[in-house]
Structures are given as structure tokens and as C-alpha cells.
Design a protein. Sequence first.
Length: 367
Amino acid sequence: MLKVEGLWKTYTVDGGEIPAVRGVGFTVETGEFFTLLGPSGCGKSTTLRCIAGLEVPNSAEITLDEIDLFSSRQRRSVPIHKRNIGMVFQSYAIWPHMSVYDNVDFPLKVKGIPDRREKVMRALELVGLHRLEDRSATDLSGGQQQRVAIARAIVMDVDLLLFDEPLSNLDSKLRIQMRFELRQLQKQLGITSIYVTHDQEEAMVLSDRVAVMDDGHIVEVGKSQDIYLKPRKLFTAKFVGQSNLLSCEVVSVDGVNATVKTVIGEITTGAPDRSASSEGFLMIRPEHIPMSWTQEELPSSDVNVFEGTIISETFTGKLVDYRVRVGEFTFEVQTPLHHALQKQNRVFIQLPPERCVMLAKDTPGTS
Ligand code: ADP
Ligand code: MG
């Protein structure tokens, strides 16, 4: 288990201190795939580099399987080469003048580990490169080079694997394929992993749990599905996927449901959790809004039905994106293709209460 507490890191730039990570803490269970997700510059790489030992935190308590890797309290820091951690970067960072085999063999050789060939070949086989062992590393495609980097990171029986946007330099098709490979490999090896990305889809596919980061803070941590379907913070709802956000005020709560007042009228939602305040936002994802030409065609036609006007229609391949104006508010609505024949501009949309999520207004820097 990896535990990070109170991690602060500032950089000195032109004599001034720039805060990059401001009091980050989280726990990663043994064997878990944990992702730091957030916009560029929010402090993901800095957090990862502090765990690896590539950066020195201003203060932190970082323990891996009960051993202090870094402790401000104990004034202790395990040097980088003694942390048993594998790391894969966005730039492949493999040695161009060496063969595939020698690249993967290198960390074992440096440590004088016996039975190296067996270990190297096993790692190469796991990433599907065992037939290319003699190839010069420069004669490989980007995807193959990244596989070499992954093999090199896992060849050492590490306690922790760290990935910093490893798929970002690959083209989109390969990126999607390698997501699945990486996920499988991690499950097969069972190595605790922390992955850094700004790509929310990648985070969803790969992770057991996701920590959403913003401006040096962790905003919220949750299972991939919950982060998407039941975000607890406005920032998450905005950053992860598309969402309709209606400013709202709670009118009444009765057990499982709540009624909220919005600019388009009253809406019935699932009850806000106890932490939600009486004012906030109601969130619903575009693909969770049924749309139809008549009210009767909606799945259940009484609750939260609104009449609106289609103001644009965009074909995206699998789905059609509509913008639907209801009074003062414009909804993003996504429907499957079979729905897409535009018969008229007047439509009915429905906001299923169980798909409506109540969110409090964000206060910056709280989690
Ligand atoms: P992310 O990986 O989420 O994009 P980083 O951890 O790389 O974010 O950066 C967080 C903040 O720290 C940014 O404002 C960035 O400009 C700054 N930063 C990162 N590395 C350095 C550095 N070596 N020197 C100065 N500032 C840095
Ligand atoms: Mg980064």
C-alpha cells in the first residue's frame, strides 16, 4: 500500500516560489490501478516525481508498504535508486544506441542481478516484443518503443509502477489499443500502479479509482464510474465528460427525491446528499436525456418533461449531438443515430430524476 500525506512542493522560478502541489494526500491499495486526472499544470507530474524520488518535496509523508520513502517528520528520504519503483514517461526515454534486449537488461545489469536473460525475455514477452530482442531501439515504431520502456520498468520486480502520460505521443488508434494492453498487463502482474493523464477517457478505461486534480489540489477521489455518473464536485462534472449544468435552489426534500427550482421551472431530482447546500447546480449528462417528437413516445411521460426547440444538430459518427433550447437554457442532448431523423424543430426532452445530480457550488481549494 502506498500512502501520501500532506505533500507540498514549490519550484523556485526567478527568485519567486511557484506552488505546484499544495497539500495532496491519497492512499493506493496494493495491486490497485490509481489515476491522477486533471488539466495541464495542475501538479500531476510533480506529485508522481515526488513519489519516484525525482523531486524533493517541501514537506510530505510518503510510505510504501509501511516503509518511509520520504518523511518530513522523521527527516528521512530513501534515495531514488533504493526505491523499488518502475517509471514510464511520455517521451519513451529508451537508449537509442542499444538493442531492445540491452535496453531491458540495463537495470538488471547495473544491479548485478543473476539469471538476467530469463527475466528480460519474460518482460519482453509480456509486452509482445520477444521476437525483436536484437533490433536496434531506433528501428522501432513509437508504440514499440513505449513497449520497450514498459518492459524495462517491469523487469525488476518493482513494488510500484508510475506512468506519466505514457500514451500521449501515440496516434489515437494505437493509444486506444495500448490502453487495453496496459490494463491487462497491470492486472496480470498485480503491481500497484499510479497513472497520470489529462485524458478522462483513458482514466476511465484504465483505473480502479481516479483522483481528480485541480490547481495543486485533489478535488475528489472515486471509482471511475462514480466520477463520471455521480461526481460530487462541480469541477469534476465540468472536467470529466460533457454535462448540462443548471443553476438551482432546493425547494423541498422528501426522502428519496428533492424538488429544485431552476430557470426552466421546477425539476424533481434524486435527493441531494447531506453535504449539498440548498443552492448549487443540477447536472445531467447529454446522453442521459431522452428526446422525442411527442410526449407519449418518452420512456415515462410525466415527470420532468420539457418542450423545447432544436437549434442545432451535429452528426458525430456514432451519435448525434443536439442543442435544444428550453426557455432560457440550452441543453446538450446526445442520441443514437436511429433517432436522428429530424422531423421538426419542436421536441420533448425528459430529465430522468435518477440521472440528475445535485452539486454544491465549488469553493476553491477544498476537497
Ligand atoms: P501537470 O503534470 O499536471 O501538467 P506539473 O506537475 O508538471 O503539472 O506542473 C505543476 C506546476 O508546476 C505548473 O505550474 C508548472 O509550470 C510548474 N512546474 C513544473 N515543473 C517545474 C520546474 N521544473 N520548474 C518550475 N516550475 C515547474
Ligand atoms: Mg505532466
